[in-house]
Design a protein. Structure first.
Lengths: 319, 290
């Protein structure tokens, strides 16, 4: 099994392997097999299109966690002409699972903050698998309040399995750190634009996700609990994760339908990791369009709209 | 344990033989000290064990009855009722879980709010009903909390909330997560207007409720021995693969780590909060007023 491909992508993987094989043969054989390769490539593309046109929420959640999926730093380096990372919460530590700093998007100065996962084992551990501790959220808040002082709009990239469930995190007030961010972000006097780029894991995601607009990359997920966690609680078996993913409605299309997010940013065929460059371009366009729109709103209007947006969330009847 | 039981190897002892049969209704057993308590006395004591001080869980309506002055009382947000917009279904339908919970508790959802007074100090008080789906916060809880806070804002009177919740209500998926942002945002308004919010965390206050409204009190209060935290102890144990220390995530632990201002015994809640609130709103002492 090819590890570059997820289980449901294996038919594509097989075709791609065939193409590679033919290329290898093509190098030293005299017969012209270009036509055959082109035919197989077309087939692979249409197969990918057909598989990706009909993904289940569980498959989407595997894409959102794909080991090759672009992370916050990948977008920062592609999107911004300048970036200076800023560290630490000024109270306890620097949390490498959240990065942030001043940046420039074309000619727009801004503050960018996002969760950061690691690529190899060593970096995964260093980044704590993208699971922030309280000091990470407090660093994020420090940077956001600094942005407010210097009238910089805030861009956040959400990509976390959740806030870290550890002893130290509890001792240092994980709950309070998240809660405080929710409260403060609702009243920051500067535009806040949030994008879920991978996993939007519950309160740990929301803690940098309260803003004027919330966007999602097409194959990212946003959920109150992981499908596995939900399955093990409600079905008493983590094996039922696919059912839980379905019931929770964690995909961008479902959440857009429900009015819980504002915009979906389409991904390249096969997912963001198949073409990070193209993904970054689409993300850039969405960021620019929204930042410019939000920037034109008077601050009081911006804040009142943000508040109304938050107050509108909920499904209930009034009798 | 009799001398014969002590004599027998432990495998031969049977659990059942040692159990005292307690007639349903008349007597209760304290989970803290295993003391057998006369239920009427326990109720007079607000479900705090008279022997060891263990604070047992108490229903939302009883909580507010015990906390507020008898008059005046106006319920807030009772008109807001749950619906199953997502048609959520796990091993059971959410709709069925709702009606089971409604029958079992005689409440329509997991938060009750009332405008009233405590020793003459006017306020809005809200309480989570833990028996209603673990006190989980969904759209109705969020909306009722906002309505309670808005009543506080409108009348310029403090808000007190007694939390008892396992966290966000999974069956409402992302809608329930958004209640964290919604309730926190209305508390930002309270701060801007200088209206006090006192959060009383009771057993248990976990997850999405702890990581939103419950930790945002101008004053955070804990009942003795309550479990309070973000992640559940079992989740943490699975993550760190070690046994958690005694008293981890209990009220006293949170005071030690600076997350909670003070511990208040349920039997003193009225007196002490009335006093604190009267100071925060610069009113005469309720002790003098009454």
């Amino acid at each position: 099994m090819d590890m570059n491909f997820l289980e449901f992508e294996q038919p594509i993987a097989e075709l791609e392997a065939k193409i590679e094989e033919l290329r290898y043969v093509g190098d030293d054989a005299e017969i012209n097999i270009g036509d055959e390769i082109a035919r197989l490539q077309a087939k692979s593309k249409s197969l990918t299109e057909s598989i990706f046109s009909n993904l289940t929420p569980w498959q989407v959640s595997q894409l959102a966690r794909h080991p090759q999926r672009p992370y916050t730093q990948d977008y920062i380096s592609r999107l911004f002409t300048e970036f200076e990372e800023l560290h630490g919460d000024r109270a306890y530590a620097d949390d490498p699972s959240i990065i942030g700093g001043v940046a420039r998007l074309d000619d727009r100065p801004l503050m960018v903050i996002g969760q950061q996962k690691g690529r190899d084992t060593k970096e995964k551990v260093y980044r704590n698998f993208g699971m922030p501790r309280p000091e990470g959220y407090r660093k994020a808040l420090r940077l956001m309040q600094m942005a407010e002082r210097f009238k910089l709009p805030i861009v956040t990239f959400i990509d976390t399995p959740g806030a870290y469930p550890g002893v130290g995190a509890e001792e240092r007030g994980q709950s309070e750190a998240i809660a405080r961010n929710l409260l403060e972000m609702s009243k920051l006097r500067t535009p806040v634009l949030c994008t879920v780029i991978g996993e939007g894991g519950s309160g740990g995601a929301l803690a940098i996700g309260v803003g004027d607009r919330v966007m999602m990359l097409q194959y990212s997920t946003y959920s109150v609990i992981s499908p596995e966690g939900c399955a093990s609680i409600l079905w008493k078996s983590a094996e039922r994760a696919a059912d839980a993913a379905e019931a929770l409605g964690i995909t961008s299309s479902r959440l857009k339908e429900l009015g819980l997010i504002d915009q979906i940013i389409d991904e390249p065929l096969g997912g963001a990791h198949r073409n990070p460059e193209a993904m970054a371009d689409s993300l850039r366009q969405a960021l620019v369009a929204n930042l410019d729109e939000l920037g034109r709103l008077p601050l009081d209007e911006l804040l009142s709209q943000r508040y109304q947006r938050l107050m509108s969330f909920g499904n209930f009847e009034v009798k | 344990m009799s001398w014969l039981q002590k004599f027998l190897p432990s495998q031969i002892r049977t659990e059942g033989g040692n159990k005292k049969t307690v007639p349903e209704g008349l007597w209760a057993k304290c989970p803290g000290c295993n003391g057998v308590l006369y239920r009427a006395e326990l109720e007079r004591n607000l479900d705090v064990c008279p022997k060891c001080g263990q604070h047992m869980r108490i229903g939302a309506r009883r909580r507010l009855e015990a906390f507020l002055d008898p008059e005046p009382r106006v319920e807030i947000g009772a008109e807001v009722l749950p619906m199953d917009a997502l048609k959520f279904r796990d091993s059971k339908k959410y709709k069925d879980r709702l009606s089971t919970a409604q029958k079992a508790t005689s409440e329509t959802d997991a938060l009750i709010a009332m405008m009233g007074q405590v020793k003459g100090v006017p306020l809005v008080a809200a309480a989570f009903e833990f028996r209603f789906m673990g006190g989980s916060m969904g759209s109705v809880v969020g909306e009722r909390f906002v309505r309670a806070a808005n009543a506080s804002l409108e009348h310029g009177i403090p808000l007190v909330c007694f939390s008892a919740s396992g966290g966000a209500r999974m069956q409402e998926a992302l809608f329930s997560l958004m209640q964290m942002a919604k309730t926190s945002a209305v508390l930002a308004r309270m701060r801007e207007q200088g209206i006090p919010f006192i959060s009383v965390m009771t057993d248990p206050t976990m997850g999405g409720v702890s990581a939103s409204l419950a930790m945002l009190g101008d004053i955070n209060v804990g009942e003795p021995g309550a479990l309070i935290g973000f992640a559940g102890p079992r989740v943490i144990e699975q993550t760190v693969r070690e046994t958690l220390p005694e008293g981890f995530q209990r009220t006293e632990f949170l005071v030690e780590h600076g997350a909670i201002d003070m511990i208040i015994d349920r039997r003193e809640m009225r007196d002490r909060l009335a006093s604190v609130l009267s100071i925060m709103t610069r009113q005469p002492s309720p002790a003098v007023a009454s």
